[in-house]
Design a protein around this ligand. Sequence first.
Ligand SMILES: Cc1cc2nc3c(=O)[nH]c(=O)nc-3n(C[C@H](O)[C@H](O)[C@H](O)COP(=O)(O)O)c2cc1C
Length: 416
Amino acid sequence: MNILLGISGGIAAYKTPELVRRLRERGADVQIVMTASAEEFVTETALQAVSGRPIRSNLWDKEAEASMSHIELARWADVVLIAPATAEIMARLASGAASDLLTTLCLATESPLAIAPAMNHVMWNNPAVQANCKTLAERGVVVIGPDSGSQACGETGAGRMTDPDEIAERVFSRALRPRAGEGRLAGKTVMVTAGPTREPIDPVRYITNRSSGKMGYAMARAAQAEGARVILVSGPVNLAEPRDIEVLHVLTAEQMYAATLERIADIDIFIAAAAVSDYRPLVEETRKIKKDAAETSIALTRSKDILASVAALAAAPFTVGFAAETHDVREYALSKLQRKKLDMIIANKVGADCGFDCDENSVDVYWQKGSKSFPVSDKSTLAGELIALVAERYEDERGTGTHTELAVLRTNDIAS
Ligand SMILES: Cc1cc2nc3c(=O)[nH]c(=O)nc-3n(C[C@H](O)[C@H](O)[C@H](O)COP(=O)(O)O)c2cc1C
């Protein structure tokens, strides 16, 4: 693996020679690019000795640019890892700046990007830093750490760079997207629905729910990390568009149904993570409803069931549903699995402080012959584990052929 290691100017930069060794021990070729500030914390000489390659730091270095241009360097990297990542470089990355060699490379690469933030705990908790980190994570950047503990400044809190050995481990894990053609879902097309739907009552009002779309977006990114081509059918959410994922934006349940069914023929695995409104107003008023009456009511009608419709198709993809319930989660989930003839169901308890509109989740997964529980973890980690299970179940039940190949096989079965 070719790893482009970006080092920015944080005190934890002194740990990077060890990080380089841990990466090289695992068989990586490591090319280091330092920011100007990083040079204050660790010497080029030490890094060159452990990486075995000349260090790059200047965008305007004519000699280095002639031997391997910054664009060639961006293409060379299988993974770009920035460790430590300062508050400053996270801000530059979030804003799309290309003001130095490292940020220019990050914009020019199509390979996955991972960052290991490291800074004083007050800096880390600053809302601007948190917002930049969130933006980067939503765009698919893998954020490693930071850890909590005693800090170089003498204080204690969250902001320590994750241990070099653990960073190296994460870089080699499947959290980082493999190149096309690699990963357990390589060659497969996965469709994920995400977010809430919005059912209009009149021109200014609508019915919706508390879904943030975070779980669905995390599932889409995790499927991409396993090498799948991903189509994301998204309701209205406040999340950044994931890189290299085709996103179909919809508002209502009807639109989500139409967008999903229109593209379903090519889909190998369908994951319904959206919180689709079960009911919509029977009539959408063309004028704003006035507050004349003391009481009023809105007649609702059932929306089409996207999940059941997909699962009932003659050549249905491997179909995975989500069941968000406030009580009797297991019973409802199992009945939904049987009733809708799903391949898998992922059940989670939702309430005022869990499941919806938050960054963590815990779920139980059921299929015809088994089940598995996943304890509370952040949605991105959980999504990676869930997608690994989906891939395993898919291989068990459908083998490794694509949906089109399987459909042909099924047609031949019928013909014979
Ligand atoms: C002694 C010292 C230690 C610093 N440590 C950190 C740090 O751990 N994390 C951080 O985000 N910034 C730290 N800074 C501030 C950065 O060096 C500064 O924001 C710089 O502009 C970062 O530039 P760069 O991201 O291009 O490397 C430190 C500054 C000094 C003087």
